[in-house]
Design a protein around this ligand. Structure first.
Ligand SMILES: [Zn+2]
Length: 339
């Protein structure tokens, strides 16, 4: 084993045996924004051998204040976050095998995504995906580590299905849209992101090296500005819980996934076709160039029309910026991408 990990091996709870386990582990990172980018960097530096990073978005300048994995050039090129993360990690630790998956996590792909992974880290920014991850992980007995950060406040909890409470044991119903502050409405400072992601990654490493006794077994809530640190001890799962108690997976078994969604606080709408396509971006960019200014990279095409900017990914998913009106976004999608 190379000297890269020597200081971590000296830490007796990890040691040589633990380091071997880390190198042979695979972790799924759901989301590669502030929390996810931080997870990715810490896990790659720690030598977790395989990272599967899934994210739907591209890098923007507003991300750079807290998303340490990304650079100005990534925002300039509008690189998808998963692809930018893969590139950066190859510079940090070339031994790590990174699968970059640029897609929207939904109930048709979540179980495939978690398959083969030792555990799942939550770096998403929305409850819909978190409840879906909870369903999939509870159903497949997969450990996942919930985390959220907004403003100066953050929270985290480790879910060991059937052994500790799941997300729905604690928060029975998903909060109503618009009822919770988001990073786009209440802002966020990097120290809370670092604090929450540090606790999540520490829990992940404990699990991967087989030191489950060291888990914090709590719902942790931190406000780094108000100097408030709370630890609510978690006991057994709630037998009446819809997900882990009754084994009803409402989010996983939902009839149809939303075709379109307003991206909260972004003044943007995402439109995702029911079946992902495989667009030839070159040809697509040429077609669009007749109607306006087009920019492209190997992952996406960007098109400006009036006050709107349309970003189309290879799977025909689009993010339409400049509106939070789904019908406006749908009509633009129909006009420039096709039904
Ligand atoms: Zn539960």
């Amino acid at each position: 084993m190379n000297e890269r990990y020597s200081r971590q091996i000296l830490f007796k709870e990890i040691g040589k045996a633990g380091q071997e386990k880390l190198l042979n582990s695979r972790v799924l990172l759901v989301g590669c924004g502030a929390l996810g980018a931080s997870h990715a960097e810490m896990l790659a530096r720690a030598g977790v051998g395989k990272l599967r990073i899934v994210d739907r978005d591209f890098v923007e300048y507003t991300n750079l204040q807290r998303q340490t994995l990304f650079k100005e050039a990534d925002a300039e090129r509008r690189l998808p976050k998963a692809a930018a993360a893969k590139m950066r990690i190859s510079e940090i630790n070339s031994e790590i095998d990174v699968e970059a998956i640029i897609t929207n996590v939904n109930n048709s792909n979540i179980e495939t995504l978690i398959d083969g992974c030792d555990l799942v880290l939550d770096g998403t920014d929305n409850f819909q995906v978190r409840y879906l991850v909870n369903d999939a992980c509870v159903k497949n007995s997969k450990t996942w580590i919930y985390g959220a950060a907004v403003s100066s406040y953050g929270t985290t909890m480790t879910v060991l299905p059937d052994r500790t409470p799941c997300l729905r044991c604690i928060f029975e119903e998903m909060p109503d849209a618009g009822s919770s502050p988001t990073c786009d409405t209440a802002g966020v400072i990097m120290p809370i992101v670092s604090s929450v992601s540090a606790i999540q990654v520490t829990e992940a490493i404990k699990l991967l090296v087989g030191n489950g006794d060291a888990l914090h077994r709590s719902l942790i809530q931190i406000d780094v500005w108000q100097n408030d640190w709370r630890k609510i001890r978690l006991d057994k799962p709630n037998p009446g819980c819809v997900a882990c108690g009754q084994k009803i997976y409402e989010f996983l078994d939902a009839e149809s996934q939303e075709f379109s969604a307003v991206l909260c606080g972004r003044n943007a709408v995402q439109i995702a076709p029911p079946k992902p396509a495989d667009l030839d971006l070159e040809i697509f960019a040429q077609q669009l160039s007749r109607s306006g200014e087009v920019k492209q990279n190997e992952y996406l095409v960007r098109f400006q029309t009036g006050e709107y900017e349309i970003t189309v990914f290879r799977d025909a998913r689009a993010i339409i910026s400049g509106t939070d009106d789904i019908s406006v976004a749908r009509s633009l999608y129909a006009r420039f991408v096709g039904s």
